[in-house]
Ligand binder design. Sequence first.
Ligand SMILES: [Cu+2]
Length: 65
Amino acid sequence: MHPGDTITVVNDDTTAHTLTASDKSFDTGTIAPGKSATLTAPAKPGSYPYICTIHQFMHGTLTVS
Ligand SMILES: [Cu+2]
């Protein structure tokens, strides 16, 4: 992703999730099953770890370059 990109996140699961940056630079809030949310990629290039705040074992990394 590039700085400032708009990213659409689709929750294709049967339970709610969030996509929340560890440094809080982005946060979709709760996304209900079958729904989507958008977030804006951070302005500064880098690797941004994120978790689901409901299921904190779920994690990933957003790369901005
Ligand atoms: Cu979750």
